[in-house]
Write a protein that binds this ligand. Structure first.
Ligand code: RP5
Ligand code: MG
Ligand code: MG
Length: 278
């Protein structure tokens, strides 16, 4: 298991705040690091947001490691410790305390649809990679508005929402621009996606090395692969970026891709699952 890297970058996203830098061996909480004294950051934009937790104060009584009303504060990584009233990142130190820009203290649950198809040549046959001699898989990629990086069209699981619904909703919002679709278009896209998303393969569940993570708040996800073996289902998708996505496209899967957070690991797993080029 690798130590987290993306959540130890020099600068915390969307602010001038600088993380404390330290070597990999000091990431685990079990490693002694007495002088560890990272800065704290709590985005003021979260205050009063209905989807966000309040600040840690005497009036806030969350049920850590439990389903807290509709809010899932359980981690896919097992029981996380809570010290001084704050949950601790299960992967270790990040060089920043507080919850940063994340809405929830502790785990912030997301879902990532990994929609794949085979790359085809002009003659309709599958394209083979010259170096590995394996067929090339493509996935539906979006460019994130916040970081400008290519990523999966994933998003947060709303309180009480089933992951299967989040996967469809986020794909509709980010890859098919459902928030700006006509009612008729929305209705037909919803049906098409509900139908295509009935059979998926879970390829990852757990911690995400997201640049927004802190010592007290972190991203977790469930990534599910929806594959169109014959290419005649996704061919009906009219990709149109929306919401947190500023572009969308089919992208050839290859290990050289530099994607947001841990997303490259998820598409690698999808490539392995289908015996595709990586
Ligand atoms: C990543 O952030 C997850 O893997 C998911 O893709 C994404 C969810 O956050 P938003 O896209 O809603 O910002 O950690
Ligand atoms: Mg979204
Ligand atoms: Mg998103």
């Amino acid at each position: 298991k690798m130590v987290h890297i993306k959540c130890r970058s020099n600068y915390y996203p969307f602010g001038a705040i600088k993380r404390l830098n330290f070597p990999d061996n000091l990431v685990p909480w079990t490693a002694a690091f007495n002088e560890y004294n990272p800065p704290e950051y709590n985005s003021p934009n979260l205050l009063g947001k209905p989807w966000a937790d309040p600040d840690i104060d005497p009036k806030f009584h969350p049920h850590w490691n439990e389903l807290d009303g509709a809010v899932n504060r359980k981690s896919h990584m097992g029981v996380y410790p809570v010290t001084d009233g704050k949950p601790l990142n299960p992967r270790g130190r990040t060089g920043l305390t507080g919850r940063g820009v994340l809405g929830r203290w502790g785990p912030n649950h997301a879902a990532d649809p990994v929609v794949t198809r085979w790359k085809l040549c002009d003659d309709g046959k599958r394209e083979i990679d010259q170096s590995t001699n394996l067929y090339i898989l493509q996935f539906c990629a979006i460019k994130r508005r916040d970081s400008d990086e290519w990523a999966l069209p994933g998003g947060m699981v709303d309180p009480g929402e089933h992951v299967s619904s989040t996967l469809q909703r986020e794909f509709l919002e980010e890859a098919l621009n459902s928030l700006e679709s006509s009612p008729a278009e929305l209705e037909s896209n919803k049906k098409m996606i509900a139908n295509f998303f009935t059979s998926g393969n879970e390829i990852y569940k757990g911690y995400v090395d997201d640049p927004r993570n802190t010592d007290n708040a972190w991203m977790e996800t469930v990534a599910v692969n929806f594959h169109d073996e014959d290419g005649n289902l996704v061919g009906k998708f009219r990709l149109n970026a929306g919401d947190d996505a500023k572009s969308v496209q089919w992208m050839d899967i290859d290990q050289s891709l530099a994607l947001y957070a841990s997303h490259s690991l998820f598409i690698q797993t999808a490539a392995m699952l289908h015996g595709a080029h990586w």
